[in-house]
Ligand binder design. Structure first.
Ligand code: ZN
Length: 80
């Protein structure tokens, strides 16, 4: 059984939603195969998955679905 590099917790395979930043772009990958630590939540991506991300970033025009995300400057958190 694989163990987490950081906390030695058990690692399980599952599909996750993963935010990947690339230059000035932020891409939301849905249902991405990954290995995740059950204890601390650390995510491990296999090299072939990261390579697939790179292919997508070169063909972003094929993917038209988008989401909106709030932008929260940390300095403004004190006001709420
Ligand atoms: Zn861990």
């Amino acid at each position: 059984m694989k163990r987490c590099y950081f906390c030695k917790g058990e690692i399980v395979e599952k599909n996750i939603n993963h935010m990947h930043s690339w230059g000035d772009k932020l891409i939301f990958f849905k249902q991405t195969p990954a290995e995740v630590c059950k204890q601390c939540g650390e995510v491990y991506l296999k090299p072939e998955v990261v390579k697939a991300f790179d292919r997508v970033t070169a063909h972003l025009e094929k993917f038209t679905q988008t989401i909106q995300v709030p932008v929260v400057p940390f300095s403004e958190l004190a006001a709420i």
